[in-house]
Design a protein around this ligand. Structure first.
Ligand code: ADP
Ligand code: MG
Length: 725
């Protein structure tokens, strides 16, 4: 990696700007900054639509000044300047307190960029004390040389923050680009590929994306940069895949052990056809000497756990150990309990590893918060091989847990685990061998996403949900237009509880302090566990109600989960800790407050917590999101179907649209900045082919050092991709 890209911004831009870039956007190096691409472009002459802006959005808009009024405030001494800005159809009020001099600067008819956070005052949207930059033709009106930057026809609009505006970012990038030479930025795309595919070089691309003179410059630049992202990612995946085909599996169980047969016999239900088919695919993989790398996708409630346990038992029967990794402690605890229950007497035996295996196995739970004595026991059971089935959180990965003979790793609910973590697992098998890996996900994955994120895995799909599963109806409730429905909702909760059922009430936050990371985009109040708990206890005085969230200790969480299962607790007010996997058959009602705070797949996962037994369920998504807004569209989509695959596709389509000017959606940083899985299918496929070609002729990439370098620095963030996109 060339030093230039890693140069600290402090040295290039000066401390104040560099500090603001770091605080506001997490950008610290020249490389970070030049890869901070504009979110959109405003063509000169074009105004930003004001109608689509919502409370709490941090925005940068282009608008005309329609009127300027200044008045004295009666109550307090002081003045307020109100500037009405317009996009030609809609308007927004900008207010400044005690800055009367701005009246001289802001003239009716002027056009400007205004940046700030939208808020409401007396039901009207406003921007209080925004930063602004007038796009005047008369350079003498502005304080520095800023006007130059808008000489071009196209104004880039960057994701910005309170500490730094879009145009300050633009000017910083301009400074950096001015020093750019062709050899300063290494080109990850090999020259011959670049010329074959007619892609522009890096420097041209960076100029084109940041300082375009026409939209066609942006298009060419974007195409090249997206291809580069796809190529680096695909090369990583292709290489990983070809490496793993050279590995030896640590155990190779023949299909169908007696242990598994005993398990199947004792199951209280028949396996679905899908479970059997996927089971056979897995058996074939396990028996090979190359370790399995398989993704099992199946909608919420499709019965993935049973499939996993059957594979785990085959591995145990062959003298190996099998690990099940869950994303949270609650889930790990629940999996351990569930597996013990499913195994019944088969879980009691301690006599394991190397003889008499078909008698059963012992199940051990290891999480980060286990107390030291417990922990020592568990570690000992794992190291000695006494434990055949090991359940835990990724604490199992991070620490140097010693395994007796690790044969299979099952990763549940993949989206918290990246490729890097999967690779780390490989180190845990004995003498240079590798464990089989099965990744399970309830987030159905469209093909291109699978290729992008899990391109190194084979894929199995559980298409059906076991028969006899109860109905769940979903409604969106808008408290601003349907206040009576909110009362009704609590009554309904009371009725469910009276009937002996359980209720989940989900809030976006624990308490007021528990602000979002991107707190500046969330000035609006959202429901907190703390407040709703009080409300619930007031509304339902006879119900037994407890909170559940990530700040409770593992024991407290366990107690709540156990209480829900046993019936000692009727209702929990929780955060999304219950999102994945939590299995309470008597849960029949779920209320999601401020449901617009959650994405489609998250809501689908949440809803998957009810209607798991034979009892029908009701799910209420409470939100004041406006009818027809992208947010409301998301909620309506969730209400319209329970088919996770359909929702995943809808999700991808809607996300593409609902992109606001501000910084509300994208993650802080991601190695995939431009690549979009819906639109860039062709790019991804082409990159896959090219990556295969390159690695085929140059497996060690010795002739492609710059591609290698880019692969090494690739952030391990692909796993978060579905959540961020
Ligand atoms: P998920 O795929 O969401 O992880 P689980 O594995 O937790 O689903 O299964 C959901 C529920 O369905 C569990 O209570 C499980 O015991 C039950 N189940 C699994 N397979 C079947 C089946 N073939 N028939 C009936 N119930 C099943
Ligand atoms: Mg599950």
């Amino acid at each position: 990696m060339t030093a230039w890209v890693d140069t600290k911004l402090r040295g290039v831009l000066g401390g104040r700007t560099a500090g603001a870039l770091e605080r506001g956007l997490g950008l610290t190096t020249v490389g970070d900054l030049i890869h901070h691409y504009p979110r959109r472009y405003a063509e000169r002459g074009e105004l930003t639509a004001i109608a689509g802006l919502h409370d709490g959005d941090h925005v940068t808009i282009v608008a005309d000044i329609a009127s300027v009024t200044s008045r004295r405030m009666r109550a307090k001494k002081g003045s307020v300047l109100e500037v009405l800005v317009s996009d030609g159809t809609d308007s927004l009020t900008i207010t400044f307190f005690n800055q009367p001099w701005r009246e001289r600067e802001l003239r009716v008819g002027d056009r400007g960029l205004f940046a700030g956070t939208i808020s409401s005052y007396r039901d009207k949207r406003q921007l209080a004390h925004p930063q602004y930059l007038l796009l005047s033709d008369d350079a003498s009106k502005t304080d520095d040389d800023q006007v130059d930057r808008f000489a071009g026809a196209i104004i880039p609009v960057y994701r910005s923050s309170k500490s730094i505006t879009s145009w300050q970012i633009q000017s910083s990038i301009g400074l950096v680009l001015d020093t750019l030479t062709a050899d300063a930025v290494p080109d990850a795309i090999p020259d011959h590929i670049r010329s074959d595919l007619e892609l522009v070089d890096v420097v041209t691309a960076l100029e084109g994306i940041h300082r375009p003179s026409a939209l066609s410059d942006v298009e060419r630049a974007r195409h090249r940069l997206a291809f580069e992202e796809a190529l680096v990612l695909q090369s990583t995946l292709v290489e990983r895949r070809s490496l793993s085909s050279g590995y030896r599996a640590s155990v190779q169980p023949a299909a169908g052990s007696d242990l598994r047969a005993a398990f199947d016999d004792a199951l209280p239900f028949d396996l679905t056809e899908g479970q059997r088919d996927v089971g056979s695919e897995i058996s074939i993989d396990l028996a090979r000497d190359v370790p399995m790398q398989r993704l099992l996708q199946g909608d919420v409630g499709s019965g993935k756990t049973v499939v996993a346990v059957r594979a785990m038992l085959d591995v145990v029967a062959a003298g190996g150990q099998a690990v099940l990794l869950a994303p949270t402690e609650v889930l790990a605890g629940q999996h351990a309990a569930g597996i013990r229950r499913l195994l019944g007497p088969l879980a009691e035996s301690d006599s394991l590893m190397g003889g008499g295996l078909d008698g059963g196995t012992s199940v051990v739970l290891l999480t980060g918060s286990a107390r030291s004595a417990q922990r020592r026991d568990a570690l000992d059971a794992i190291a000695s091989g006494r434990a055949g089935l090991i359940v835990g959180t990724h604490a199992l990965l991070e620490e140097s847990v010693e395994f007796h003979r690790l044969g299979l790793v099952v990763i549940d609910e993949q989206h918290r685990f990246g490729v890097e973590q999967r690779a780390a697992l490989a180190q845990r098998a004995p003498d240079g061998t590798h464990p089989h890996v099965l990744v399970m996900t309830a987030t159905p994955i469209p093909r291109t996403v699978a290729m992008t994120v899990f391109g190194d895995l084979d894929i199995s799909t559980l298409a059906q949900v076991p028969a006899g599963r109860a109905e769940v109806t979903t409604h969106v409730v808008d408290p601003s237009t349907q206040p009576r429905h909110v009362d009704r909702l609590w009554e309904r909760a009371g009725e469910e509880i009276a009937a002996g059922h359980r209720v989940f009430v989900v809030c976006p936050r624990i308490d007021a302090k528990d602000a979002d990371e991107e707190s500046e985009t969330t000035s609006r109040d959202v429901a907190t566990v703390e407040e709703v708990l009080i409300q619930a206890r007031t509304r339902l005085p006879d119900a037994r109600i407890e909170p559940l969230h990530g700040r409770l200790s593992a024991e407290e969480k366990d107690t709540v989960m156990a209480g829900l299962a046993s019936g000692a607790i009727d209702l929990v007010v929780s955060t999304t800790v219950i999102e994945v996997g939590v299995d309470v058959p008597l849960a029949t009602m779920m209320v999601v407050l401020d449901a617009d705070r959650f994405g489609i797949s998250q809501l689908h996962q949440l809803r998957g917590r009810i209607g798991r037994g034979s009892l029908p369920g009701v799910c209420l998504l409470v939100s004041s999101a406006l009818h027809g807004s992208p947010t409301r569209e998301r909620l309506d989509a969730v209400a319209s179907t329970r088919d996770g695959f359909e929702l995943a596709q809808r999700d991808l389509e809607i996300r593409r649209e609902g992109d606001v000017l501000g910084g509300s959606q994208s993650g802080m940083r991601s190695s995939l900045r431009l690549l979009r899985v819906v639109e860039d299918v062709a790019v991804i496929e082409q990159a896959r082919e090219v990556a295969e070609q390159i690695l085929d002729t140059d497996p060690g990439l010795t002739e492609h050092p710059q591609l290698r370098a880019a692969m090494t620095t690739l952030d391990a963030e692909q796993a978060d991709f579905l959540e961020k996109a």
